[in-house]
Design a protein around this ligand. Structure first.
Ligand SMILES: [Zn+2]
Length: 77
């Protein structure tokens, strides 16, 4: 399974996950993606292991780089 842990930095992963276990966490997009002020895109993520939720702000460029896999993953559900 693809996970999206790389979208978050280590600290965000640790804070976000209820299990505090980076090797077990499987963050994936929830389907909630919205543009925010300043050309950022906010992507909501959920950890499939512990069901924690968080959101990550990506720059428009960074979002474009990930858009295909994000949308593909969301469509899979
Ligand atoms: Zn987790």
């Amino acid at each position: 399974m693809k996970n999206f842990n790389h979208l978050l930095n280590k600290q965000e992963l640790l804070i976000g996950c209820k299990k505090r276990n980076l090797s077990q966490c499987q963050w994936r997009p929830t389907g909630n993606i919205r543009a925010t002020a300043g050309d950022n895109v906010c992507v909501s993520l959920v950890c499939e292991e512990c069901l924690a939720r968080t959101s990550v702000f990506l720059s428009e460029l960074s979002y474009k780089n990930h858009e295909k896999i994000l949308l593909k993953e969301i469509a899979r559900v």
